[in-house]
Design a protein around this ligand. Structure first.
Ligand code: TRP
Length: 334
């Protein structure tokens, strides 16, 4: 049965999706699509806020991300997938929201702050980048989204969205927009192959859903383990060892994982053998996804059509929302 909640999430199409996305959001979305009305937005305009000089990369990755969605099991019959730039109402609503938030407030957004730092923008941050949380509020509210299943780093976006919702409803005297709730994913953030806190494309420490078998093996073999574990017979450390962190997340055979941990701690289990085991676990997960992806990639035109038909559906909803907005804001000239 479908609940009344409306679920919306999105991804920036700056590269293919990786295992961090898989555990952080894709699994959630696959589960949610059976129970809720769900929208997934490919945020090409948000991607441009820090890739203005690289529109071709963004354009190419829209289809890559589509292929990832469809190959992991997001079903376009259950989930409406759409592309942000083809919903001009989102841009319109963003302009209206921008009057309800201060520059100071935007500069305090912890996620944007961290991103600005990692990109060394300093004072020369593009205005579009600084205000992308406002645009994200428009993404969510244009379909009146009430549930946003996201990782921790997106919580400030939900907060910002709700501030705008409250401010809008109060200022224009009508509850047009519902408040929205974050839905934390069951699995926490997946660390990178190198042991860094986060798996990320730009960090070069990611396993992509589209990686072939050889690439997967190479990446698993490069994973950070215990630098003090030099010989097979040495006792090794399980905590902070990426191979075990991944086994905890991906191996359903918990008894086996417990055994391996015990053996590793005692000494006598080598890194290569351990990594080969993780490779097999991940390869079993990724092989059907890879196969389906290759099949879908043969007909990119059909994949694009799926995106366009979802977008068309959202456009209708967005126009209705904007009509209500224009009404309460006295922008209804006709
Ligand atoms: N900011 C999100 C990210 O970087 C992508 C995104 C854009 C999004 N619009 C959204 C997520 C709306 C949830 C809801 O991953």
């Amino acid at each position: 049965m479908k609940f009344k909640e409306i679920v919306l999430t999105g991804d920036r199409p700056t590269g293919p999706l990786h295992l961090g996305h898989y555990v952080g959001s894709l699994l959630n979305r696959i589960a949610l699509q059976d129970e809720y009305e769900q929208y997934i937005m490919i945020a090409d305009l948000q991607a441009l806020t820090d890739n203005a000089d690289n529109p071709v990369k963004v354009r190419d990755n829209v289809i890559e991300v589509m292929l990832d969605y469809l190959s992991v099991g997001i079903d376009p019959l259950k989930t409406t997938i759409f592309v942000q730039s083809m919903i001009p109402e989102i841009a319109e609503l963003t302009i209206l929201y921008l009057n309800l938030v201060t520059v100071n407030r935007l500069q305090r957004n912890p996620t944007v702050k961290a991103e600005m730092q990692s990109k060394s923008y300093g004072e020369s941050v593009p205005a579009g980048f600084l205000m992308y949380p406002v645009s994200q509020a428009a993404d969510i509210t244009i379909v009146k989204g009430t549930l946003v299943p996201v990782g921790e780093d997106q919580l400030p976006m939900i907060e910002q969205t709700n501030e705008l919702v409250r401010s809008f409803n109060r200022t224009y005297g009508k509850d047009i927009f519902p408040e929205t709730k974050a839905l934390a994913s069951k699995v926490g953030r997946l660390p990178g192959l190198d042991g860094k806190a986060k798996m990320g494309k730009s960090l070069g420490n990611a396993i992509f859903l589209s990686d072939d078998e050889q690439t997967l093996k190479k990446k698993v073999m490069s994973m950070f383990t215990d630098p003090g574990h030099l010989r097979v017979e040495d006792p090794g450390q399980v905590e902070g060892n990426m191979v075990f962190e991944y086994l905890d997340v991906f191996d359903t055979n918990k008894v086996k994982v417990a055994e391996l941990k015990h053996q590793y701690r005692q000494g006598g289990l080598g890194d290569v053998k351990l990594k080969m085991y993780l490779f097999e676990v991940l390869n079993e997960l990724l092989t059907p996804i890879r196969t389906k992806r290759a099949e879908l990639a043969k007909n990119r035109e059909a994949v694009l059509q799926i995106l366009l038909s979802g977008t068309k559906k959202v456009r209708k909803v967005a126009m209705e929302t904007m009509n209500q907005v224009r009404d309460v804001m006295h922008l209804n000239y006709e």
